[in-house]
Design a protein around this ligand. Sequence first.
Ligand code: R1P
Ligand code: MN
Ligand code: MN
Length: 405
Amino acid sequence: MPRVILAVLDSFGIGGAPDAEAYGDEGANTLGHIAETAAKGGADRDGLRQGPLILPNLDALGLGAAAALSAGKIPPGLSAIAAGGRFGVGREVSKGKDTPSGHWEIAGVPVPFDWGYFPQEEPTFPPELIAEFVKRAGLPGILGNKHASGTTIIAELGEEHIRTGKPICYTSVDSVFQIAAHESHFGLDRLYDICRIAFELTEPLRIGRVIARPFIGESAETFKRTGNRRDFAIAPPEPTLLDRAEEAGRQVFAIGKISDIYAGHGVTHKLKATGNMALFDRTLEAMEMAADGALIFVNFVDFDQEYGHRRDVAGYAGALEAFDHRIPEIIAKMQPQDLLILTADHGNDPTWKGSDHTREQVPIMVFSPSLSRGEIGIRKTFADIGESAARWLGLPPGRHGRSFL
Ligand SMILES: O=P(O)(O)O[C@H]1O[C@H](CO)[C@@H](O)[C@H]1O
Ligand SMILES: [Mn+2]
Ligand SMILES: [Mn+2]
């Protein structure tokens, strides 16, 4: 029986979203701008990488061709030749340019409602929400209370947090309530506990996630976030591909933050790891373990969290090259009936203003030893990805999207 390996390269957009202007993102292109910057020598970093962006394996799977289809030109260093598999472009119908919206839609469930957001003002959180949170969590107060980048705000407020015991609460253009706290001074379990309380209070506001952002270090210069991030997320409004696979008695391997994104629904095996390379290792391990008919679903978070939000072009380029380098390991492990799908959930152009996601189309690269080559065009919804996976796995069609296989 066939298996599907579905890999989301978090934030790896390829530009060209027709509604980008409504988000202030017209012209944003994560891949395109990284490749253009690298071609001009702007993504060089000693000890990491130099020169043009080199992605031969992704290119062979159709990345350059998909990028050209999406934004009208082939990024420097890539080609229009898709040597194997099917390639195309995913367009999102859900309004949020965030991780849950992108992932739910990929798994066949576009988001039918508007998320709640906190305003671009200070303080950003409603006073009654914070009063109730502080009371129930037994806190001396909170710090932050604004839109911020997570690494910047711990440098700014981390020392005061240690001194006062007040957690750092912040948000972004995404539907999130994030809480940063020190792993030992504040305590990791205590951080998770107060996140659960915050989730109960923010869920009625349709805030998608409360995210625990633990960090270590003793000063602004040495603070560092750890791999113990945890997301407390609203559950998808309908059964996703994961639920449908589980319901049919299949194994569903959720690697990295996948399980959190679907609030654990439809997951039979949860594998955690910190960093793209460890996530890659877990994916290979899952391929060893997975029975016939399994879905292996992995999110590669570093592209977004470590490089996109941090507007780090060289870092993003280096991470793409490291990922590309390992693709042959997955292909070597594939059985004849296995299907590999590489895609993304939104953009996060590291050359763009600010530190938030960018509204973009995403690449869809599909490979199986038993699948012919071809183009699947620009898909009207990411849900086509989930429907194609469902069809490959022999599951009944869902309510949204159409299979391209
Ligand atoms: O700046 P950091 O804390 O990485 O937060 C980013 O990550 C959040 C969730 O992935 C996004 O909403 C964005 O704000
Ligand atoms: Mn994401
Ligand atoms: Mn993000």
